[in-house]
Design a protein around this ligand. Structure first.
Ligand code: 6R9
Length: 667
C-alpha cells in the first residue's frame, strides 16, 4: 500500500439514527424445524466469548461433533500468527470424502445429496448419497489408475455440473489435492495455474452450457496443455456430445473409464494438516497466489459456518449460486452442505436464462430453504423488475449475500421481494484465505443492519487498525483496516510454493495479526462495516481481480508502453475495470487498438476481467519515484476533478489536464 495506490476514502460509519436494525423475521420460526441451533443472541455472545477465551476447548468440542476422525487428535492447535506455522487438530486422521459422503450414505443412502439444475430447466437430475458414494469411488479408482498418488495435485476445469463435485471428492478420497480453475478463465490462465500447482491430471468436459450458449471447454484445455508437458492425463466428461479434438494416450473419456472399476474404494487416511486443496486468487502483483487449505481445519470451518450461519438442519435444501471455481462454491456448494448431510443444488445456468425468474423458479421447484448469492446477481434481478418474482418460495428461511458489500436498497429489495419479509438475511464477509465466514450474522439469531456484515463468527477476534500508525484502534466507532488477532481452524496455511509471500501478504503486515486487506469500520454497537479492498484489488461482479494482473495482460501487447487499471463504481457490477494505456506509437490511437486491448485481456485472463473502457493517454500520472497514482485516475473517472488533491508530487503535473481532456472526449 502506498499513497499512490490506496483507494479513495470510504464514507464514514453511518450514524445510529441513519441505520435501520432488522430483527429475525417471526416467520423464520414457522419454517423448517421452527428452531435455530442457538437459543438467542445471548447464547451467541456466551459461545463467542468461550471461543475467544478458550479456543482449544471450543474447537475441540465442535470438531469432534461435526467431523468423523478416524484417529482422534490430542493437540487442538499449535503455532502462531507471528510464526505462520498454525496447525489444528494435529494428530487427527480423517478423510474429506468420507466425511462428506460415506457417513451419510451408510445412514441415509436414498437421501438427496446433489440436486442438479441444468442450464435447460427440463434437464437435470438428483443424485442420492448412495449414488454419490459409488460415483466418487469409481472416479477415485480412475485417478489412481492414472497414477495419481497421495499429495499429488489434480486440476479441475469443469462447468457447474455434478461431476465437478464428484471430481472434488474423488481427488480427496485418494489423498490428492484439488486445484480448481474457474471454467471462465482463459487457456493462458489455466496453463499458469496448472504449472504452478504442478497438476498431473486435468479433469474437464467436452463443452459447457450456460445461458443457452455453448462453451468450448475442452478446446481451451487443449490450448493450455500444449504448454504443460507434465500433464500426463486428461479425463473428459461428455456434457454435450460434440466432437472434440483428442490426444491419444493423454485424453480419456470419463464414461468409458468409470465403467472399468468397482463401486467402492477405501478412503485414504489423511493427517489433519495434509493439504486439501489449492485455489488461486489475485494478488497485488501480477502472479496469482495458490492459497492452500488443509484438511481438518478447513472442514471444521465449513461445517461450523454451515450449521450456525445458515442454520442448516437435516431436511434443508441448500442452494448456493456461486461457481465451484471460486471459494464460495468450494465451501458452500460442496463442503458445508455435504459435511452436514443435506442436499446441495448445483446450478449450471445463469439467473437470466431462459428468463429473469430462473432463480425463483429453482427455489420453488426444489423447495430450497437457504439461498446464497452475490449482490451483483441481485442488482441485475432488481433492475430486471419485480414482475419476474412470481414464485412463492415458501420454504425459504435464510437469504445469504457474499463477495462484496451489499447496498442498503438492494438488501431491502432482497428482504422484501425475494424473502417476502419471512427470511433472515445473512451478509457474510470472508475470503478465499479465511476458508469460511469470519464476520457474519447467524441465521435466526443476529439482528442485522443493511450493509453491515454484523458480528464476528466464533473464534474470530477482529481488530481495526490505523493504517498510518499501525496501532490497533480499540473501542467502538472506529474506522481503519481489518485484521484478526487469533488464528482460526479454516485459515489458509500458505501460498503454494511461496510461503514468504504468504507471510508478507497476511502475517508480516501487522505483526501478530492476520491482515485481511480490507478497510472496515466498527460502529457504536460493535457491528462491522466492510469498506472494500485497500490494496489494488477490483471487485467485478463479486470476482476478485487484481489491477496488476490486468495491467500485466495489457502490457503483453506490443502496442502498449505502459498501463494502469483502476476499478470504478458501476451500478450493475459493483466495480468496473477501466484501463489507461500509453502507446509506444501514438499514431496507433484508434478504436481497433482499444478493441484489440480488450480482447487481449479476455484472452489472457478471461472475459470477466475485460476492461469496460480503455483510455489512450499520452503518459500515466506518476510520482517522481515512478509510482503510478491510480487515485488520480479514479477521481477523474468519477468526475471529481476538483478534488484531485496534491498533484505537485507528480513527475509531470501537466499530464493531469491531458488525461482529463481524453476522458471527456471519449464520454
Ligand atoms: C468469499 C469471497 C474476498 C474479498 C474480501 C472483500 C470482499 C467478500 C464480502 C466482501 C463486503 C461482504 N467481500 N464478502 N465485502 N461484504 N459480505 O468473496 O472470497 O473471492 O477471496 O474475495 O471480497 O473485499 O476481501 P474472495
Amino acid at each position: 500500500m502506498s499513497e499512490g495506490d490506496s483507494n479513495p476514502p470510504q464514507p464514514a460509519v453511518p450514524e445510529a439514527h441513519e441505520v435501520d436494525t432488522y430483527h429475525v423475521p417471526k416467520a423464520f420460526f414457522s419454517k423448517g424445524t421452527g428452531k435455530a441451533h442457538l437459543k438467542d443472541l445471548d447464547h451467541y455472545h456466551e459461545l463467542y466469548k468461550h471461543s475467544i477465551d478458550d479456543p482449544h476447548a471450543f474447537w475441540a468440542k465442535l470438531a469432534r461433533e461435526l467431523l468423523t476422525f478416524e484417529r482422534d487428535f490430542q493437540t487442538v492447535h499449535s503455532g502462531s500468527l507471528t510464526n505462520g506455522d498454525n496447525a489444528w487438530f494435529v494428530e487427527g486422521r480423517l478423510n474429506a470424502s468420507y466425511n462428506c459422503v460415506d457417513r451419510h450414505a451408510f445412514k441415509n443412502p436414498n437421501k438427496a445429496a446433489i440436486i442438479y439444475e441444468a442450464d435447460e430447466p427440463s434437464e437435470g437430475r438428483t443424485i442420492t448419497y448412495g449414488e454419490l458414494l459409488r460415483e466418487v469411488c469409481r472416479v477415485a479408482y480412475v485417478l489412481q489408475q492414472m497414477g495419481v498418488k497421495k499429495g499429488d495435485t489434480v486440476a479441475i476445469y469443469l462447468p457447474m455440473i455434478p461431476e465437478a463435485i464428484i471430481a472434488f471428492l474423488a481427488i480427496t478420497r485418494i489423498g490428492a489435492i484439488h486445484s480448481v480453475v474457474f471454467a471462465g478463465f482463459s487457456s493462458d490462465s489455466l496453463k499458469d495455474r496448472v504449472i504452478d500447482a504442478r497438476s498431473k491430471v486435468v479433469i474437464t468436459a467436452d463443452e459447457g452450457k450456460r445461458g443457452g450458449k455453448l462453451i468450448g471447454t475442452k478446446k481451451i484445455v487443449d490450448e493450455a496443455l500444449k504448454k504443460c508437458p507434465d500433464v500426463k492425463h486428461c479425463l473428459v466428461y461428455r456434457r454435450t456430445g460434440t466432437e472434440v479434438p483428442w490426444t491419444e494416450g493423454r485424453d480419456f473419456w470419463w464414461h468409458e473409464e468409470v465403467e472399468k472399476w468397482p463401486n467402492y474404494i477405501a478412503p485414504e487416511s489423511m493427517s489433519s494438516e495434509d493439504p486439501l486443496f489449492l485455489l488461486y486468487t489475485s494478488g497485488s502483483t501480477g502472479k496469482p497466489k495458490g492459497v492452500m487449505h488443509t484438511t481438518a481445519g478447513y472442514l471444521v470451518g465449513a461445517a461450523a459456518t454451515g450449521k450456525y450461519v445458515f442454520d442448516i438442519h437435516d431436511d434443508d435444501v441448500f442452494f448456493c449460486g456461486g461457481d465451484v471455481g471460486w471459494i464460495t462454491g468450494h465451501t458452500y456448494v460442496v463442503y458445508a452442505p455435504l459435511l452436514l448431510g443435506v442436499a446441495s443444488v448445483v446450478f449450471e445456468g445463469t439467473p437470466a436464462y431462459p428468463n429473469f425468474s430462473r432463480y425463483w423458479e429453482v427455489i420453488d421447484k426444489h423447495n430450497v430453504s437457504q439461498f446464497y448469492v452475490a449482490p451483483t446477481a441481485l442488482r441485475l434481478l432488481k433492475r430486471a423488475g419485480d414482475e419476474h418474482i412470481k414464485s412463492e418460495m415458501n420454504n425459504l428461511r435464510v437469504l445469504g449475500s457474499v463477495g462484496e458489500p451489499i447496498a442498503a436498497e438492494v438488501w431491502k429489495w432482497y428482504h422484501e421481494k425475494v424473502g417476502k419479509e419471512e427470511a433472515h438475511i445473512v451478509d457474510t464477509y470472508w475470503q478465499t484465505e479465511t476458508g469460511s465466514h469470519v464476520i457474519t450474522p447467524l441465521a435466526g439469531i443476529t439482528s442485522t443492519k443493511p450493509g453491515s456484515a454484523s458480528l464476528p463468527f466464533f473464534g474470530i477476534e477482529p481488530a481495526i487498525i490505523d493504517p498510518v500508525s499501525g496501532e490497533e484502534l480499540k473501542g467502538n466507532d472506529v474506522e481503519g483496516v481489518l485484521a484478526f488477532k487469533q488464528p482460526w481452524p479454516s485459515m489458509a496455511r500458505t501460498v503454494w510454493g511461496a510461503h514468504k509471500r504468504y507471510m508478507d501478504t497476511y502475517l508480516n503486515v501487522y505483526k501478530g495479526f492476520y491482515f485481511t486487506g480490507d478497510g472496515a469500520g466498527r460502529d457504536h454497537e460493535g457491528y462491522y462495516w466492510i469498506r472494500g479492498r485497500v490494496d489494488d484489488g477490483v471487485n467485478v461482479s463479486g470476482h476478485r481481480l487484481s489491477t496488476a494482473e490486468i495491467e500485466a495482460a495489457l502490457i503483453e501487447s506490443p502496442l502498449v508502453a505502459e498501463a494502469a487499471v483502476v476499478g470504478v463504481h458501476d451500478d450493475l457490477t459493483g466495480q468496473a475495470v477501466n484501463a489507461f494505456v500509453a502507446l509506444k506509437d501514438p499514431s496507433q490511437d484508434n478504436d481497433q487498438t482499444k478493441k484489440d486491448l480488450i480482447l487481449q485481456v479476455r484472452k489472457s485472463i478471461g472475459p470477466f476481467a475485460a476492461p469496460k473502457a480503455v483510455f489512450v493517454i499520452p503518459d500515466l500520472p506518476k510520482t517522481r519515484s515512478g509510482k503510478i497514482m491510480r487515485r488520480i485516475l479514479r477521481k477523474i473517472l468519477s468526475g471529481e476533478e476538483e478534488s484531485l488533491g496534491d498533484t505537485s508530487t507528480l513527475s509531470d503535473p501537466a499530464v493531469v489536464d491531458k488525461i482529463i481532456e481524453r476522458v471527456h472526449a471519449v464520454r
